[in-house]
Ligand binder design. Sequence first.
Ligand SMILES: *[C@@H]1O[C@H](CO)[C@@H](O)[C@H](O)[C@H]1NC(C)=O
Ligand SMILES: *[C@@H]1O[C@H](CO)[C@@H](O)[C@H](O)[C@H]1NC(C)=O
Ligand SMILES: *[C@@H]1O[C@H](CO)[C@@H](O)[C@H](O)[C@H]1NC(C)=O
Ligand SMILES: *[C@@H]1O[C@H](CO)[C@@H](O)[C@H](O)[C@H]1NC(C)=O
Ligand SMILES: *[C@@H]1O[C@H](CO)[C@@H](O)[C@H](O)[C@H]1NC(C)=O
Length: 260
Amino acid sequence: MLFIVLSTAVAAISTVAVRAMKVIIDDSDPRWTYPPNQSFGAYSQQSPCTVCRSQPDPTLAMQGTWHDCTDAATATLNFTGTAVTVYAICPGPHDDGSYSAKLSFRLDGSSNGTFLDKQGGCDSYVYNYTVYSIKGLELGPHMLEVTNVPHDDPLNSSDLLLDYATIDDGRSSSAPHPHSNTNTKHVNIAAIVVPIVLVLAIIASLVAVRFIRHRVRRRDAHARRGKQQLSGTAVHRPTTLGERSSRPPSYYSNQGFSSS
Ligand SMILES: *[C@@H]1O[C@H](CO)[C@@H](O)[C@H](O)[C@H]1NC(C)=O
Ligand SMILES: *[C@@H]1O[C@H](CO)[C@@H](O)[C@H](O)[C@H]1NC(C)=O
Ligand SMILES: *[C@@H]1O[C@H](CO)[C@@H](O)[C@H](O)[C@H]1NC(C)=O
Ligand SMILES: *[C@@H]1O[C@H](CO)[C@@H](O)[C@H](O)[C@H]1NC(C)=O
Ligand SMILES: *[C@@H]1O[C@H](CO)[C@@H](O)[C@H](O)[C@H]1NC(C)=O
């Protein structure tokens, strides 16, 4: 029982380490930059866009924010890692037609593909809408440029609702993140699960220690009764189990996750 709980705790901790490589870079993160003119608008529940045709649900956007652009303009993501995926929100239909996204990409200064929705766009707002993904890059700094390419006239034109990117930051899977200023969804979940598992492990080991002591005492009582002889010393069997499980690995409390 104790062994199972302890191995669960260890497995949960290794999950933190392995999954910590995938890092979310929200559209509001300073690693994304936008042209200084008004071609991209930054929106959220607190700062809605009253004139925009596209009105996604802020509660379904990553971290509640997105950037909206219908001009010919470019957002740039500078990141360090080996993979990147860009997520947009696909606009739903509007009273007078639909937008269909047309985007072009440049990676480290060279053209790197395009994205084109089917004519008529999405039937409803679609979140976590992948518009670009690449992996196997050399670990190092990279620059990804995402350009909105307007086409046709106002509707059916391209509306980039940029929500977030994920990157693989390329860090070793066994190295904990000492002072990361990044967000990692899996890690946040693990940060909740791991303490619960550890508390369960401590409780389980305390119960186990009590149980063992109880049995030892009973056995001793039996022995005393058998020999018709009294002993004044209490049975004390030192156990290391409780101590061991109450001391988590030293790096565990040191992950430094932030949620902004
Ligand atoms: C988008 O993906 C994230 C991460 O996988 C998830 O937490 C979120 O619920 C998804 N959002 C929607 C609207 O499906
Ligand atoms: C904003 O700036 C970008 C690049 O700096 C340019 O491509 C775009 O046309 C500009 N948009 C407007 C509305 O001025
Ligand atoms: C992004 O990286 C490129 C290439 O290294 C650099 O020229 C540019 O200034 C960077 N942009 C920002 C906003 O840091
Ligand atoms: C994008 O860049 C990668 C890495 O340089 C390259 O392997 C790939 O062929 C490029 N894709 C396109 C569509 O240009
Ligand atoms: C816009 O899309 C609608 C269907 O969604 C289509 O009937 C219409 O012809 C398109 N308009 C243009 C200018 O492409």
